[in-house]
Structure formats: structure tokens, C-alpha cells
Design a protein around this ligand. Structure first.
Ligand SMILES: [Zn+2]
Length: 77
């Protein structure tokens, strides 16, 4: 894995705002020239509100029950 490839794995962390500022800057530089990461970022940004909604709805629920809820699909009550 090259240094350039490393940035591909940062997409999720960047989308969720988990990167250090320096890492985020580096990733944005990479993003400007990487269509693959741009596509991935779009997917992650689209998912992020769903994940946040899950987290809010599940509260302190375990990952197992979150996965169970995911199987019922969004909007399931
Ligand atoms: Zn990339």
C-alpha cells in the first residue's frame, strides 16, 4: 500500500469528522485529484445522517440491536 493509497481509507473518518485537522487537510488535497474518494465521500455523506439518526434513536443500545434495527430498514417503528 503506497502513501497515496492510504488516503483512500480516510474517506469514512473524514466524512464523520474523525480526522485530525492536519490529516483532514491532507485528505482534501488527495480528494481534489481522486475521483474514487470523491465518489466514496458522496456515499458516506449520504449515509452520515442515517447513521446519526440511528445513534440518536438507539441511544446506548448495543451494536447488535442496531444491526437488528438496520434489518428492519429506515423508517421502521
Ligand atoms: Zn483516493
Amino acid at each position: 500500500m503506497t502513501a497515496g493509497d492510504r488516503h483512500h481509507v480516510d474517506v469514512g473518518a473524514y466524512a464523520l469528522g474523525l480526522l485530525e485537522e492536519a490529516d483532514a487537510d491532507r485528505f482534501e488535497e488527495h480528494l481534489a485529484q481522486c475521483g474514487r474518494c470523491a465518489d466514496l465521500l458522496e456515499d458516506f455523506v449520504g449515509l452520515e445522517p442515517l447513521l446519526a439518526a440511528y445513534a440518536a434513536r438507539q441511544g446506548t443500545a448495543s451494536a447488535a440491536s442496531a444491526a437488528d434495527a438496520a434489518q428492519r430498514g429506515p423508517g421502521g417503528r
